[in-house]
Design a protein around this ligand. Structure first.
Ligand code: AHR
Length: 525
């Protein structure tokens, strides 16, 4: 590891120099409005996300519809405004009609994506009722793997047309008089991936998605559509997939999707903690590709990003591959049940900070996923619902990171990791919520060994006071939470001072810090 100040530390006998970083934040320079939907998440019919996760009728906390209320409480604590459903890989062979109508008549189906049995006990109506309970909305994914335009049309008609047509009347006959009015729809899932049921070339997908988009917007012109981008930045077809598909789709869709998962497979924590630099580059490249097609088409429209799958995912991968091979066709098997560490939580914090920094283009983002499957919330079958380490940074950003992104610059020591020649020790994100009268400053020290002094010059913030300081820290990068202990969570701290527009603090190595400023109350006459 090298660092900007490391030259000074070369002599073995020389005193170690305390590292310094300087941040410049302008409280009046608003860079972009943050769309609340960047705090979205994802529930797929996969593993124990639905069955045994959100839905478990025999659990003591289940409500009359069979939904676990302990899970509902934790989901509400995260303030998730949009939830992608029902997949993921699952959706690419899903027949939505299997999940509506009398439950006792619904078929059991082979789920080819996760080698499981889908009972269809939960379908559209049930999930919608759950969505209302958690105060969210659905980001609905359509099967463009094994199905086509007609089935997609039928689903949108079923959901969004009031009545008087075959599928809208079918919905009414199933007890839902009012249309669901689902606003945002994903045209398939990861269609560039050879693992996808119904995988397509860019040309095949571009054509199918375009014709589907045209038809769906005829049924409901108010809907918004998301087309599939690359499944990740390592795909051999990235970024030509984006360019080729958008050449067909540009005028018909509103967002292009991005997906990316990170992991520390080789145990290189420094490199892992720099993952957000890769995400930052990925977002910039996808935006540049969209802008190239915009220019090519002489289009006035700017394409936005729906980053509808992002997270850390690697702990469970090997076991899951074996489990699906050795014991296929089970109902709700335990799959993708990563147990997250403290370092994973730091990475999740930096990833969501990166998404928010791109608020001018990223309008929707979904932490994948929400319950039991690579999730911040876990459930015990006969016990409690509990919070993983990653729950805390997601919750804090969702609660304190709304409003607008403020202009900020940082002068920080840097270091080098395996995949990243220049890694800033410090990352800063500043947001302002005018409704709440707050400015939030989120600061990551990703240096694993050095504490760093931070002086933050807050221009135009004289009428604010420092009202809250929080820290996510552990001496053990591999610390995990469990059903009965939560060693990793956000604690209050009291290390910073704020005077004369300067916030001064010392950041612990491997720590994520939040400083909340509140507008001073003006005494009312
Ligand atoms: O979120 C888990 C899986 O990851 C999703 O089903 C798929 O879209 C992605 O590859």
């Amino acid at each position: 590891m090298t660092s900007r100040t490391s030259g000074i530390n070369k002599g073995m006998n020389m005193k170690r120099i305390q590292k310094q970083a300087y941040a410049y934040i302008n409280g009046n320079l608003e860079k972009a409005i943050i769309d609340n939907r960047v705090f979205g998440s994802f529930i797929e019919h996969l593993g124990r996300a639905v069955y045994g996760g959100i839905y478990q009728p025999d659990h003591p906390s289940a409500d009359t519809a069979g939904f676990r209320q302990d899970v509902i409480t934790l989901v509400k604590d995260l303030h998730v405004p949009i939830i992608r459903y029902p997949g993921g890989n699952f959706v690419s062979n899903y027949h939505w009609e299997d999940g509506v109508g009398p439950v006792e008549c619904r078929p059991r189906r082979l789920d080819l994506a996760w080698k499981s049995i889908e009972t269809n006990a939960i379908g559209l109506h049930e999930f919608y009722n759950w969505i209302l309970k958690v105060h969210s909305q659905i980001l609905m994914a359509i099967n463009l793997g094994t199905r086509g335009i007609a089935d997609a049309c039928n689903l949108v008609e079923y959901c969004n047309i009031p009545s008087g047509s075959k599928y809208s009347d079918l919905r009414v006959s199933h007890g839902q008089k009012k249309p669901y009015g689902i606003k945002t729809w994903c045209l398939g899932n990861e269609m560039d991936g050879p693992w996808q049921i119904g995988h397509k070339t860019a040309e095949e997908y571009g054509r199918l998605a375009t014709e589907t988009a045209k038809a769906l917007k005829q049924i409901d012109p108010q809907i918004e559509l998301v087309c599939c981008g690359s499944s990740n930045s390592k795909m051999p077809t990235y970024p030509s997939w984006e360019a080729e598909t958008l050449d067909h789709l540009y005028e018909y869709v509103d967002y292009i999707s991005m997906h990316q998962y990170y992991g520390n497979e080789d145990g290189d924590s420094e490199n892992f903690l720099a993952s957000s630099l890769d995400m930052d580059d990925f977002i910039s490249t996808v935006c540049a590709t969209c802008d190239y097609i915009k220019a090519k088409h002489r289009s006035p429209k700017t394409m936005n990003i729906c980053f509808d799958e992002w997270n850390v995912w690697f702990h469970s991968k090997k076991n899951d591959d074996n489990a699906m091979k050795e014991a296929p066709w089970r109902v709700a098997p335990s799959l993708l049940e990563d147990i997250y560490t403290f370092e994973d939580a730091l990475v999740v914090a930096s990833l969501l900070m990166t998404i928010i920094k791109h608020a001018n283009r990223v309008k929707i983002a979904c932490l994948a996923q929400l319950v039991n499957v690579i999730a911040p919330i876990m459930t015990e079958k006969d016990g409690t619902a509990w919070t993983q380490t990653i729950f805390y940074p997601f919750q804090a950003l969702s609660v304190y990171g709304r409003g607008v992104v403020l202009e900020s610059n940082i002068d920080t020591p840097v270091h080098t990791t395996k995949d990243h020649p220049i890694v800033p020790d410090i990352e800063v994100l500043a947001t302002k919520d005018s409704e709440m009268g707050t400015i939030s400053i989120f600061v990551l020290n990703r240096n694993l060994t050095d504490s760093i002094d931070l002086r933050c010059d807050l221009h135009g913030c004289d009428h604010y006071i420092l009202s809250k300081q929080l820290i996510l820290h552990s001496d053990n990068l591999h610390a995990v939470n469990g059903p009965h202990s939560t060693p990793v969570y956000l604690e209050n701290q009291d290390c910073a001072t704020f005077a004369d527009g300067n916030l001064v603090t010392q950041l612990l190595p491997a720590s994520w810090n939040i400083f909340i400023l509140h507008q001073k109350r003006v005494a009312l006459e």
